[in-house]
Design a protein around this ligand. Structure first.
Ligand code: MCA
Ligand code: AMP
Length: 497
């Protein structure tokens, strides 16, 4: 058995050990007008950790609240894997995640109504009442480096989402590599409004500040007014997906206070999808500040970043992070591309301690994701500039769509559409969208051409079954889908129509 890891959150361990020490009074988490210091976080997470210590796996109803942050910290202290659930998940997606990950209990904020898919699970309320300080429980940090910390569900090209098993080692490694690249310290105060059931918002956005001993202010939901307020009141860093930066770029011309606040920030970071150069430029012009991009994936956590002390070059995701091996490969998936010429395209493959362990219950998918010598195939296509900057130019699979920074598999939406009685055949594609990056387009052959289902009907249907961000925004009706001789749908013919 591997030895226990050093504390994932040294500042929290210090507050546990010295509840009246100065470190215990430092701010840790703030959501709206509710906040916790490190001492208070220790006092709330420790008893919860003790409560869940015997659980096999726990689900966390991951609303954008203080409760979710406390629950995930408690799970990490207890060494029990947590499965963050999107509270807007539809019945079929939630049913799949719960049966696949088989949690023994679900943690939720008191008073939250949970859907029927979770009815069979024991429910534990997340108590963040700090008045119960000194409850006497200090939960040691019990994980080993390989202990699964989080199981994060992520879409693939086919089938329902897969659970990526992320060990503590990967979380610690990626956060420390980012600290190096971004000169991220305990003095930083992060602001963001990202959801807490994905890597970006949860690992980078909550666990990141806690590992540094700094603090995070979560906006509850993303709004430019919240960004202005927090960056004007001491926050130093902003994390967001390109859609958020696009909305900032749109707002800037009429909002000098936002421009002033952004100009003050130490670091503006975008990730989860490509930030268009036009938005980079508009933000730089209005604020004098350059957004930097980092590139990651649920399975790999963070791979590259523009460094705080490096040249911020729009349209690139910077250089490999410390400890990450990155190569480009030719079409065979194993021959390395040696060129650093800014034009030879290859698939990005990565290796390093930042990687996940496996897809839960999917040994074949796990095996297929790696080459024989242990490189993870990202499916992202890129070129490298002569100085090593990576520029992502596309994606191998056309059946993966990135909308609002969420990865969405065309196949899951097609399956959901086919369950609608008004749909006989369905194909789903992504098309460029200024706000979302890509928007989901459904091409359907209606069961009854005289009364085809409306876009709203199909959007509601998909949102109810899967999740609102997976709903089609555009629906085209066709007499037949274009197919090749083998009967396979020719999606390129659809997108180019
Ligand atoms: C609209 N809504 C509906 C329907 N239509 N609900 C049910 N049925 C319908 N038919 C609701 C939505 O749920 C939402 O509710 C509201 O209407 C507006 O939705 P929408 O227009 O889709 O989006 P938005 O609210 O404008 O969101 C844009 C966003 C969001 C804030 C940028 O896309 C977002 O949070 N993206 C972040 C994605 C992310 O974190 N990805 C990280 C994964 P309500 O108003 O209640 O919200 S990638 C990752 O982790 C890797 C490692 C990486 O590199 O980072
Ligand atoms: P996910 O599987 O949801 O974690 O999304 C990971 C994918 O997001 C990657 O494989 C990339 O395609 C994309 N991605 C993340 N960050 C960036 C970025 N800065 N630029 C371009 N694509 C990105």
């Amino acid at each position: 058995m591997s030895p226990l890891s050093p504390a994932l959150f040294p500042a929290l361990a210090e507050a546990q050990a010295a509840p009246d020490g100065p470190g215990a009074h430092r701010p840790a988490l703030r959501f709206g007008d509710r906040s916790l210091t490190y001492g208070e976080l220790a006092a709330t997470a420790s008893p919860l950790a003790a409560r869940v210590a015997e659980a096999g796996r726990i689900a966390v109803w991951a609303t954008p609240t203080l409760e979710t942050a406390v629950a995930v910290v408690a799970a990490l202290l207890a060494g029990v894997p947590a499965v963050p659930l999107n509270p807007k998940s539809g019945e079929s997606e939630l049913g799949h995640i719960v049966s696949d990950s088989a949690p023994t209990l679900v943690l939720a904020a008191p008073g939250t109504q949970l859907p029927p898919a979770l009815a069979a699970l024991e429910r534990v309320d997340i108590d963040v009442d700090v008045n119960v300080r000194g409850r006497g429980t200090t939960s040691p940090d019990t994980g080993t480096p390989e202990t699964p910390a989080l199981i994060v569900y992520t879409s693939g090209t086919t089938g329902p989402p897969k659970g990526a098993v992320i060990p503590r080692r990967a979380i610690a490694t990626t956060l420390d590599a980012l600290a190096d690249a971004w000169q991220w310290t305990g003095d930083d105060v992060l602001v963001h409004g990202l959801p807490l059931f994905h890597v970006h918002g949860l690992i980078l956005g909550i666990l990141g500040p806690l590992r540094r001993g700094g603090s995070v202010r979560h906006l509850g939901r993303f709004e430019t007014a919240g960004v202005t307020r927090e960056l004007s009141e001491g926050a130093t860093m902003l994390f967001g997906v390109p859609t958020m930066y696009h909305r900032i770029a749109e707002t800037l011309p009429d909002d000098p206070a936002l421009a002033k606040a952004l100009a003050r920030a130490r670091l503006l970071v975008s990730g989860s999808a490509a930030l268009p150069v036009h938005d980079h430029e508009r933000i730089a012009e209005a604020t004098g500040r350059r957004v930097i991009e980092r590139y990651g994936m649920t399975e790999t956590l963070m791979n590259t970043s523009v460094r705080a002390d490096g040249e911020p070059r729009a349209g690139t995701v910077g250089v490999p992070l410390p400890g990450v091996e990155l190569r480009l490969t030719e079409e065979d998936g194993t021959t390395a591309v040696e060129a650093y010429d800014g034009e030879t395209v290859g698939e990005i493959q990565v290796r390093g301690p930042n990687l996940f362990t496996e897809y839960l219950n999917r040994p074949e998918a796990t095996a297929a994701a790696f080459t024989e010598d242990g490189w993870f195939r990202t499916g992202d296509m890129a070129v490298r500039d002569p100085d090593g900057y990576v520029r992502i130019v596309g994606r191998k699979a056309t059946d993966l769509i990135k909308s609002g920074g969420y990865k969405i598999g065309a196949g899951e939406i097609e399956n959901a559409l086919l369950e609608h009685p008004g749909v006989r055949e369905a194909a789903v594609t992504g098309e460029p969208d200024a706000d979302l990056g890509e928007r989901i387009v459904a091409w359907i052959v209606p069961a009854d051409p005289q009364s085809p289902p409306t876009v709203d009907e199909l959007a509601d249907h998909v949102a109810r079954r899967l999740a609102p961000h997976k709903r089609p925004r555009v629906v085209h009706h066709l007499d037949a889908l274009p197919r090749n001789d083998m009967g396979k749908i020719m999606k390129r013919a659809l997108t180019h129509d």
